[in-house]
Design a protein around this ligand. Structure first.
Ligand code: FAD
Length: 502
């Protein structure tokens, strides 16, 4: 295949990749961004970019014949998932035996599908997880920069107290307070002014129309609208969509990528090579780790460190749900953007930060849903499977037990004082705790182990990791603000030392 050339290539277009693209573009470096998903800019037959969560169509999931929503059932009935036509939809679920990982696909990566919760981790836990990173610089400069660039904003507390759309959060808050637990407001990248106009009928509904998981048609500041738009506006950055980086080899100077470009049926219509001087990996924890592991194990990049493929964690994610009393209605109207968490992170025995999650079904169901983030010390590792040319995550069900134990201890407390019980009909298998999937894959190419202290891959100059694979498996809160701020810190150093100086 013909070889194209670019000074810099960024693989992926999620948080870390978007920061890299913008800062390279501003530094005057011509940069190509490769994204395996599509650009979400063309409305479907219904006039909308994204499909509704409760009536999913082919736009919902990545080449599936049936949707695979995290809540498999309701009253043990399989009413949630639907048959769909295969298409490069926006949400993917990558199955690795006992652990399934939800990821976003498309220009913007996870920012297209996620709940927008923009949480800065407690400083002492950040320093425990990443002791080699200067916390002063992070909390003084890079976290504020990331929040500003991402468009983080806060809900007006007075509106929160009065609107029907957050009744579900207020009910969960009251139940937590009765158990002596603290709750905190959580910032979001969803535009709360837009949400209020949705509520008053002055703007088209998105968060108030049940939209999340399969994309938001309005209100959400995903990175295609923030960092990536600014990157393209520098005139130095171009984004190639439906383009999957398959292999990395060493080039005469720098690296050569093998890239498959597909059509919307998933058929590869072109395979090409792109040579670059500098290569930035932002394909997410799973994507980046697979690319580097494959390169090391096939002998293409043999100097990569033995730590590539190690140190993976699910941020201690567990989902659970409680059944409320009939008089404790949670409301048929629920905003899909979570704005509150139960903060018991300083509990020495069972640290938990639990997001009060929506369950927007358009009817009263008396369910309180939570995504608990726990401090689980278990780590998984990846192995390369030559037969399928892919990375397999080794994670055993028993490794989720510490997460379930911690979550159970917190919600047992809430259930006890409120006289309530768990729901067993939502996650399949008659379970109260869903510990077999995660929204927060972290690690695989950990900072300071597989890379140096700024994300430079060990053994291969000009090769950089910029995404969630740098974070060693846990960060205690929803991770994208940390991923973004860390990318800001690392890119500033890389541009100063490796690029401007050269
Ligand atoms: P990603 O955002 O995963 O981006 C990687 C990109 O690379 C993707 O677009 C992918 O298609 C592309 N790619 C992968 N491999 C290749 C390849 N070989 N070639 C080309 N392209 C490739 N976090 C929060 O902080 N708050 C929340 O409220 C929140 N809610 C979430 C809800 C859901 C349903 C999910 C799935 C996640 C949620 N998260 C949340 C997690 C957050 O979205 C992720 O932590 C974040 O997106 C990870 O950023 P990243 O830069 O590591 O990579």
């Amino acid at each position: 295949p013909a070889t194209e050339r670019a000074p810099a290539v960024v693989i992926g277009s999620g948080y870390g990749a978007a920061v890299a693209a913008l800062r390279l573009g501003q530094a005057g470096i011509r940069t190509v961004v490769l994204e395996m998903g599509r650009l979400w800019d063309t409305p479907g037959p219904d006039g909308k970019l994204f499909c509704p969560t409760i009536r999913p169509d082919r736009r919902s999931m990545w080449f599936r014949t049936r949707t695979e929503a995290p809540l498999a059932s309701f009253l043990w009935l399989d009413v949630v998932n639907r048959r769909i036509d295969p298409y490069p939809g926006v949400l993917d679920r990558v199955d690795h035996g006992d652990m399934s990982v939800y990821v976003g696909r498309g220009v913007g990566g996870g920012s297209l599908v996620n709940g927008g919760m923009a949480v800065t981790p407690p400083r002492d836990y950040f320093s425990e997880v990443l002791p080699q990173v200067d916390a002063e610089g992070m909390y003084g400069t890079f976290f504020p920069r990331a929040r500003r660039m991402l468009g983080v904003n806060d809900i007006d507390p007075a509106w929160f107290e009065s609107t029907e759309w957050y009744r579900y959060s207020r009910v969960s808050r009251a139940h937590a307070h009765r158990a002596g637990l603290d709750t905190v407001f959580v910032p979001n990248v969803y535009d709360f002014d837009h949400m209020r106009r949705e509520a008053s009928g002055q703007a088209p509904k998105s968060a108030l129309a049940g939209e999340v998981l399969y994309g938001n048609n309005h209100g959400k500041r995903s990175v295609d609208k923030t960092y990536l738009a600014a990157a393209v506006a520098t005139g130095n950055v171009t984004i190639e969509t439906m383009s999957r980086a398959r292999a990395i080899h060493r080039g005469r100077e720098g690296y050569v990528l093998t890239v498959d470009r597909s059509d919307l049926d998933g058929k590869v219509i072109e395979t090409k090579e792109i040579a670059c001087t500098r290569l930035f990996l932002g394909a997410g924890s799973l994507g980046t780790t697979e690319l580097l592991l494959r390169a090391r194990e096939t002998g293409a990049l043999p100097e990569l460190d033995a730590e590539v493929g190690r140190g993976w964690g699910n941020n201690g994610n567990v989902m659970t749900a409680r059944a409320n009393h009939l008089w404790d209605t949670v409301g048929a109207h629920q905003s899909t953007m979570p704005v509150m968490g139960i903060n018991d992170w300083n509990n020495p025995a069972n640290p938990v930060f639990a997001e009060i999650a929506p369950l927007p079904m358009g009817l009263e169901h008396w369910i309180s849903l939570y995504l608990a983030i726990t401090k689980n010390p278990e780590r998984g590792h990846f192995t390369y499977d030559p037969a399928t040319d892919s990375a397999r995550l080794n994670w055993h069900r028993s490794q989720s037990e510490p997460s379930v134990r911690a979550a159970k201890s917190l919600f047992d407390r809430i259930n006890r004082v409120n006289g309530t019980v768990y729901r067993h009909d939502l996650f399949g298998g008659n379970r109260a705790f869903a510990d077999d999937f995660t929204y927060h894959p972290l690690g695989g190419c950990v900072l300071g182990r597989a890379t140096d202290g700024y994300g430079r891959a060990k053994g291969h100059p000009g090769l950089y990791v910029v995404d969630g694979s740098l974070v060693p498996g846990s960060i205690g809160v929803n991770p994208f603000v940390t991923i973004t701020a860390l990318a800001e810190r690392n890119m500033e150093r890389i541009i100063q030392q490796d690029i401007a100086a050269a």
